[in-house]
Write a protein that binds this ligand. Structure first.
Ligand SMILES: Nc1ncnc2c1ncn2[C@@H]1O[C@H](COP(=O)(O)OP(=O)(O)OP(=O)(O)O)[C@@H](O)[C@H]1O
Length: 240
């Protein structure tokens, strides 16, 4: 079996002196894989995403990216090494155009590489989301909710991640747009991007992911292929 790109080992995380929100969570994301992370409100999904991307410190245990501990590395530094998180909500810069939003996302990678990288990846994202190409000179703030979500995702893609962490990409979107977003996530896997997707909508992520992890009250309650972990088993793990 190949070495995981991203791994949590017995990870526990707490906010201040409070009881841990995550307890001894272990998971591994392998190259070319889409991992779905589901669970009820407050199960600890967002906390796990933040801990995996350098936004929260582990109380115990560790997170490894490409076999090396991420301890002490910032979210921005990890993004430059290929671990990119797309937090919940539309992350666009409303007063800038679609093109300018994409350009700005690549800036963090360093000036010299910006132009070459943008050219290569802009075609990829405009291929995935033709509507963004049509609206490339429009202000992001004037796009619909679905288009803003596509642009958020596009801004993450132009950073050329190896691993993409997505927090609730379907939140608040119409079913047709959700299908479009998930179709594009399948194409990104074909481009070699591995993904961890947090979803409330477990049915939707189960259709696309290779493996599902159910988090309940801060611990891994179940893990398996979506086919095996379907129906009653999924419900039981979800609700306890
Ligand atoms: N900044 C914080 N300070 C203290 N407690 C927090 C903080 N953020 C989250 N929590 C608590 O941690 C627990 C897990 O929250 P988290 O947001 O990780 O869950 P979630 O599974 O992502 O939920 P949702 O689906 O509602 O986003 C909750 O009990 C929440 O109240």
């Amino acid at each position: 079996m190949s070495t995981p790109l991203l791994e949590a080992r017995d990870l526990s995380v707490s906010y201040g002196r409070l009881e841990p929100v995550l307890r001894d969570v272990s998971l591994a994301l392998r190259p070319g894989e889409i991992l779905g992370l589901v669970g009820m409100n407050g199960a600890g999904k967002t906390t796990l995403m933040r801990a995996l991307s350098g936004g929260l410190k582990a109380r115990s245990g560790e997170v490894l990216f490409r076999g090396t501990s991420i301890q002490g590395r910032s979210t921005a530094a990890l993004a430059r090494s290929g671990l990119v998180i797309l937090p919940e909500g539309h992350r666009v810069i409303r007063p800038l155009t679609v093109d300018e939003n994409l350009e700005l996302s690549t800036m963090s990678l360093g000036r010299g590489r910006v132009r070459a990288r943008l050219k290569a990846t802009r075609e990829l994202v405009y291929g995935l989301f033709p509507v963004l190409r049509e609206r490339r000179h429009q202000l992001a703030g004037l796009l619909s909710g679905g288009e803003q979500q596509m642009l958020s995702l596009a801004r993450a893609i132009v950073q050329k991640p190896n691993v993409l962490l997505l927090d609730e990409p379907s939140l608040g979107l119409a079913p047709m747009i959700i299908d479009r977003i998930y179709e594009s996530l399948g194409s990104l896997r074909d481009e070699g991007i591995s993904m961890l997707i947090v979803e409330q909508n477990s049915q939707r992520v189960a259709k696309t992911c290779d493996r599902l992890i159910v988090l309940r009250e801060g611990v891994v309650a179940a893990e398996g292929s979506p086919d095996v972990l379907a129906g009653d088993r999924l419900q039981a793990a979800y609700f306890g």
